[in-house]
Write a protein that binds this ligand. Structure first.
Ligand SMILES: Cc1cc2nc3c(=O)[nH]c(=O)nc-3n(C[C@H](O)[C@H](O)[C@H](O)COP(=O)(O)O)c2cc1C
Length: 290
């Protein structure tokens, strides 16, 4: 697709869907004067560019075999050394979802969504296999191996998200499950060396609540060529602050510059919602991080 001049700041730029043109989807994603150049378009790209987190769901259950389809997509993701150091718990029980919602600071969409998938970094499988084979598994005791599990879980989950969105379903990640890893582990009866990386609500988007496509930083800020260039160019950050405020206005949200909002999340330990204590929680869950 050639570079296309696109109209910015139209009132409901965010209300695009995967059925819209590449130009419309790129306009919603970037809100800049010129869209990035794209390779030939296809429906996978359309689904990706139409992504938005969904935080309001109807009461309808998922269509049959949706979880299995999402997990097949998840298992099709690349996985470090084919170790497959992840697992997922599909939660539909309202009582368990209620605990998860509480851990997550009362996020009501966890109760509303018919399914909460909890994605796990799972080093227990290899530990169990090692014990059974009477082989040492000391390599599990390094931070690197925990990274492997977390990366594997994230790649798998994102494949599942794309699968769900391609089926017309909505999702939202719930990183707030890390507010209290011990309670999540106890509630889901996780064995040692297994941690919940995040949850994922899955359901039918409530048609009465518009979840818009949220703009992203200009590509010039995130895409470096050969060596790292300017990662926080003031003009691009200011332009993004403006784009986000337009988006917030369209979504009837409080208009706050993105840079201010983002920085407020890293001011100090108190801004981490309890996750500043994650290292000790991981140790209690049986992880060693040499
Ligand atoms: C790892 C991760 C954890 C997240 N945790 C939460 C969460 O706890 N609650 C929530 O409402 N959204 C959560 N989100 C969604 C982000 O807020 C959202 O992806 C971001 O604002 C961009 O919006 P978009 O997904 O609509 O494009 C999370 C996203 C990721 C990737």
């Amino acid at each position: 697709m050639p570079d296309t001049m696109i109209e910015s700041r139209s009132p409901a730029l965010c209300e695009v869907s995967a059925r819209d043109t590449p130009e419309a989807l790129l306009a919603a994603r970037y809100r800049t004067e010129a869209a990035p150049a794209m390779a030939p378009w296809n429906t996978v790209l359309a689904t990706m560019l139409a992504h938005r987190s969904v935080r309001a769901y109807t009461a309808d259950p998922l269509p049959p075999n949706t979880i299995e389809t999402m997990v097949a997509a998840a298992q099709s993701a690349a996985t470090s050394s084919n170790l497959q150091t992840w697992s997922v718990v599909a939660v539909t029980d309202p009582a368990i979802k209620a605990v998860m919602a509480e851990v997550a600071g009362g996020q009501k969409h966890i109760l509303q969504a018919p399914v909460l998938l909890v994605w796990l970094a799972d080093l227990n499988r290899l530990a169990t296999m090692g014990a059974r084979a009477e082989l040492p598994t000391e390599g599990l005791e390094y931070l690197e191996t925990l990274f492997v599990g977390i990366i594997d879980a994230a790649l798998a989950a994102q494949n599942a998200v794309l699968a769900a969105e391609s089926l017309g379903l909505g999702t939202v990640y719930i990183g707030a499950l890390r507010n209290d890893p011990d309670r999540v582990a106890a509630t889901l009866k996780l064995p040692p060396r297994v941690m919940a990386v995040f949850g994922l609500c899955v359901g039918h988007p409530d048609p009465d609540v518009v979840s818009g496509v949220k703009p992203r930083l200009d590509q010039s800020v995130v895409l470096h060529r050969e060596t790292y260039g300017e990662g926080a160019a003031p003009a691009e950050i200011a332009a993004y602050d403006a784009a986000m405020q337009d988006f917030q206005g369209e979504q009837r949200m409080q208009r706050i510059p993105w840079s201010r909002q983002a920085l407020s999340r890293v001011v100090g330990a108190a801004s981490l919602s309890g996750r500043d204590r994650i290292k000790s929680a991981l140790e209690r869950l049986g992880f060693r991080m040499r």
